[in-house]
Each structure stands twice: as C-alpha cells, then as structure tokens.
Design a protein around this ligand. Structure first.
Ligand code: 5GP
Ligand code: MN
Length: 352
C-alpha cells in the first residue's frame, strides 16, 4: 500500500467489478488530469474485462487534455443529457472518481442524487477531505497525491492486476503528474516513487506524457498568463496574492476551458507569499482557486467563507455575486482569516 496506514477496501473494489456489468465512471466539474486519468485508466481496465463502461464528465474537458487515451470518448453531461441519463439508468455500478460530494458535479450531480440509492452499486475512489456521500465501497485517502495513485495502487494489488496495460498506466501516471505538478507538491511519500517506478515499468512514454502535460500551451494562453501576472496584487497586510480575471479580460484573450490551469500556483514562487488566489468571472458564478504553502489551510478558508472545499493546500469555491464585489469580499475575508491565523504583527514580510 502506498505509504499511508490506510488500508484500501480492495475486496470491495473486486466485488464491485466482478459482480456488475454496466459501469458509469464520473468525475468532478472542470475535469483535470487526475479526474480524467483515473476514470479513463479504470475504463481501459474494465474494457479489457469485457465490461460495458462509459465515462461521464459534468462539462466539456479542456482541449489541452484531450490527448489522454480515451478522453474523446467521454460524454459531457451538460452537452448530452439524454444519452447520459439513459446510460446512467442502464448502469448497475457507478464510480465517483476524484470527488466525494454530488454537489461537485453540477447538473450531473442532480441526476445522481435523484437516483434511488439502492438501485445502483456505488463506489467512491477519492483523495479529498471529508467524504460527503455514503457509498457501498469507500476508498478515500486524503493523504494520497492523486486519485490515480489510489486506483492504481488498488488495482495492482487486486485480482485484476494483469489487466493494467500501457494505456491505463499512462492515464494513471498523467493524474499523478498533474496533481503533483510533476512530483513537486503532495509527493513526499517515498512509496509514491515505487508506485511511479511500477508505472514506468509498464512501458509508458514518460517524455511524451510530460511534453503533452507541461509543454502543450498556445501562445494565446501564454499571453493570458502575462496579463494575469500583471494583474496580480498582494492583499495589504497579508502575504496573500490575488489575480482577478474578469469576463472582459477573459473574452479579450478568447478564454477556453483549461487556459488558466496552473496559473494559481505561479505566485507561490515568490518566497514570502503563503497563499495565492485566482478569481475568474464564469457564466455560473465567480470561480475562486486557492493554493497555499505549509500550514496555511485554504480548504478551511474556502469552506468556512464560501461553502467550497478541496485539499489543505489546494482548494476552490464559487461565489455568487458581481465580479467587483467578489474581489472586495474576498480581500476582506482573506484579511480577516489571515489576521486570525497569524495576528497583525510580525507576520507580514516585505514583498520586494
Ligand atoms: P481548482 O482550483 O483546481 O479548481 O480546485 C482545487 C481543488 O479544490 C480541487 O481538488 C477541487 O476538487 C477542489 N474544489 C474546487 N472548487 C471547489 C468547490 O467549489 N467545492 C469543493 N468542495 N471543492 C472544490
Ligand atoms: Mn485529484
């Protein structure tokens, strides 16, 4: 088992796979490399077992991730409601991958919540804090670097280990790399490196995957990054930065889903900043992304103030108000949270 003292319910996973034939694999909105990697990697394993299996993502995945094997076969719920509802009705087993609350899946979550609980077999595989839904099989480990780490660890220790091939291994490796920024954060567990070694032994093309993840940006996206860094401000009296991206700014840069992926991590390269926030004006509200270093909990901030959540050092929330108001509210709330944590004095380091 990869590092942690948690022992995964592998018999439960085996039961779920063995005793069912029609699977739906779901993940959270704004699917990232881990959400897509874990669902598509598991799908590849189920396909080898001859199981019927569909991946349903809440919204269209970013085009920058469509190279992940099988990504183009994923159904986007908001685009294909009728087809997806039919697939969900027919399924006998539903996996919640990389999320633990139906509220994280938008309209898809409304459908999932409306199902008679006992009519499907539910499996959760996730690494976010505090699972909300109760599933027949719960495989949750907030210590894990990625959901891909967990699902791969379970499968390689299960009766299905021989069904993991280079395709699924590539998917799982992708999720671990994207959720750790290329083994930069959330990756201190020595056993993770043994697990990654196992994936490399499967014959995956590490260089190609890294190029596709990290060197796959458009010039247009780099210009949006330049604008974002220009707009970055440090909230007075804190060591917290904020990048506000209003609709007009996003429109000017012809924003597409996935364009701002990773932007929120960049301000943390400044040695004195402990927290970075990115605010984006989206059709369904103001999306806030938060990242922090060390003992500064952004999941607590996101859940306490805005009903969001995520991980200790990486979280998010949605604010329902006008953009300019959200910027002010966020600054005020963060100042309050920061001051309660560190006090007014001694903690404000100079930003040069
Ligand atoms: P991101 O900033 O990359 O969208 O999200 C960072 C982390 O926070 C991810 O693990 C994501 O699942 C979680 N997260 C983002 N937005 C929300 C939200 O509105 N609610 C909850 N509970 N988690 C969120
Ligand atoms: Mn993840």
């Amino acid at each position: 088992m990869s590092g942690s003292t948690i022992s995964y319910d592998i018999p439960g996973l085996e039961r779920a796979i063995n005793e069912h034939s029609k699977f739906i694999l779901t993940c959270h909105v704004n699917a990232d490399g881990d959400a897509l990697g874990s669902t598509l990697g598991l799908k590849a394993v189920l396909a080898r077992l001859g199981k019927k299996c569909s991946v349903i993502v809440p919204d269209l995945p970013p085009t920058t991730l469509l190279w992940i094997p099988g990504a183009k076969s994923a159904h986007a719920y908001e685009r294909e409601i009728t087809v997806c509802d039919q697939l969900i009705e027919e399924a006998d087993c539903i996996f919640m991958m990389d999320y633990n609350a139906h509220s994280r899946t938008g309209k898809l979550g409304e459908k999932l919540s409306s199902l008679d609980k006992g009519s499907k077999y539910w499996v959760m595989v996730d690494h976010h804090l505090d699972p909300v839904e109760k599933c027949d099989v719960m495989i949750s480990n907030p210590e894990a670097s990625a959901t891909c780490e967990i699902i791969y660890d379970c499968l390689r220790n299960s009766i299905y280990k021989d069904q993991i091939d280079v395709t699924s291994a590539s998917c799982f490796y992708t999720g671990i790399m994207t959720d750790t920024g290329g083994l930069s954060y959330n990756s201190s567990d020595p056993d993770l490196y043994l697990l990654v070694a196992d994936l490399l032994r499967m014959g995956i093309d590490k260089s190609e995957i890294h190029d596709k993840i990290f060197n796959n940006k458009s010039v247009r996206r780099l210009r949006l990054l330049a604008t974002s860094l220009k707009k970055m401000e440090v909230i007075p009296g804190t060591n917290v930065s904020l990048i506000p991206l209003s609709k007009p700014v996003l429109d000017k840069h012809r924003y597409m889903t996935g364009d701002t992926e990773g932007f929120v991590n960049i301000p943390l390269q400044a040695k004195n900043l402990v927290c970075s926030m990115l605010l984006m004006e989206r059709p369904d509200g103001i999306k806030v992304s938060l990242r922090s270093k060390g003992d500064f909990s952004v999941s607590e901030f996101a859940s306490k103030y805005y009903g969001g959540g995520g991980h200790f050092n990486a979280s998010g929330a949605t604010m329902k108000m006008a953009f300019e108001e959200a910027v002010e509210v966020l600054k005020r709330d963060m100042k309050e949270y920061y001051t309660a944590m560190y006090g007014e004095e001694n903690k404000i380091k100079e930003q040069e």
